[in-house]
Design a protein around this ligand. Structure first.
Ligand SMILES: Nc1ncnc2c1ncn2[C@@H]1O[C@H](COP(=O)(O)OP(=O)(O)O)[C@@H](O)[C@H]1O
Ligand SMILES: [Mg+2]
Length: 289
């Protein structure tokens, strides 16, 4: 990993996540996992990453979480390095597979971050100053209720289905009250009905908490439903192909989501995905709706 000295004006940016000219190649790989990635994310923005398997979505997310070293370029999160931001518990990651502590109950898993995270209350005060409402929102029981698992609070993770475990992981990530929530295909293990309910929960929580969300998905519908902006990526090397603004009104209630605007943006995203590959074929691992 090359050590990069960041210019003072970059380190001082308190309102943006800055990803600048980031390259990353895994040892022995024939193509870059990340190639010249440039991305600026505003505080409070909801951004989705979409693209075929292997285009670097998880690598980018892990780099934002300070878990993946980059070869060149720089990443700053509101003026801090990813590692600093993570050590201050300002960044929460929901990984592709839920990493729950098996010896703790569901409720104990969800309440753990709140117990260890004094920094959260400080940030909460800051966000309240910005007008975000926070009343009771990170109470573990309320979070479990929101993900539909209030009745499972005393169960152990091993007693739950994969989808339920993932919902616990999502509740736990919200319990951390992070400034930035990184979610790697968090709903992929859920059935379509639960998935749709979780999208609505996520939207309402995001709206209340003013958390910045970077969300990886394979679903065009999911990306459009949730995001302010969609980052369309292409593979080998992992590049940003296009940034698409989702100019649908908020809140994204059922009326908005049933309107023609949704389909227009979905078409734009599909076109972009198609153009990202010279072959013109949408990769088979992308969910069509
Ligand atoms: N730990 C690793 N070691 C070697 N190669 C990796 C590793 N993780 C990912 N890769 C490779 O890097 C590229 C990007 O992977 P990844 O970020 O997981 O993509 P995505 O999440 O978009 O599917 C792929 O070619 C993948 O095979
Ligand atoms: Mg991935």
């Amino acid at each position: 990993m090359t050590t990069v000295t960041l210019p003072a004006h970059v380190l001082a940016d308190p309102e943006h996540i800055l990803v600048r000219e980031v390259d990353k190649t895994y040892p022995g790989a024939s193509a870059r996992a990340l190639d010249d990635i440039d991305l600026v994310i505003r505080r409070g923005e909801f951004v989705s990453l979409i693209g075929p398997s292997g285009c670097g979505k998880s690598t980018l997310l892990r780099a934002l979480a300070g878990l993946e070293p980059i070869d060149t370029g720089s990443i700053t999160i509101y003026g801090a390095t990813p590692r600093e931001a993570c050590s201050q518990k300002a960044v929460g990651l929901v990984p592709q597979t839920p990493a729950l502590l098996p010896w703790l109950t569901v409720r104990q898993n969800v309440e753990l971050p709140g117990k260890v995270n004094r920094a959260a209350s400080k940030r909460r005060a800051h966000r309240q100053g910005m007008g975000a409402s926070s009343v009771g929102r990170t109470d573990p029981d309320e979070l479990l209720d929101l993900v539909g698992l209030a009745e499972k609070r005393d169960a152990y993770p091993g007693e739950l289905s994969g989808g339920m475990q993932q919902r616990v992981a999502i509740a736990r990530a919200f319990g951390l009250e992070p400034d930035v929530l990184l979610m790697d295909e968090p709903f992929s293990a859920l059935d379509e009905f639960t998935r749709e309910a979780m999208r609505l929960h996520l939207l309402s929580l995001w709206q209340r908490m003013r958390t910045t969300v970077v969300f990886v998905t394979h679903s065009v519908r999911e990306a459009v439903t949730l995001s302010d902006r969609i980052v369309v990526m292409s593979a080998r090397p992992g590049r940003i192909h296009e940034l698409i603004d989702v100019d649908l009104p908020r809140p994204r209630d059922r009326e908005v989501l049933a309107g023609p605007g949704l389909h227009a943006v979905e078409d734009r995203v599909r076109d972009s995905l198609q153009r990202a590959w010279d072959s013109g074929a949408v990769p088979s691992d992308l969910v069509p709706a």
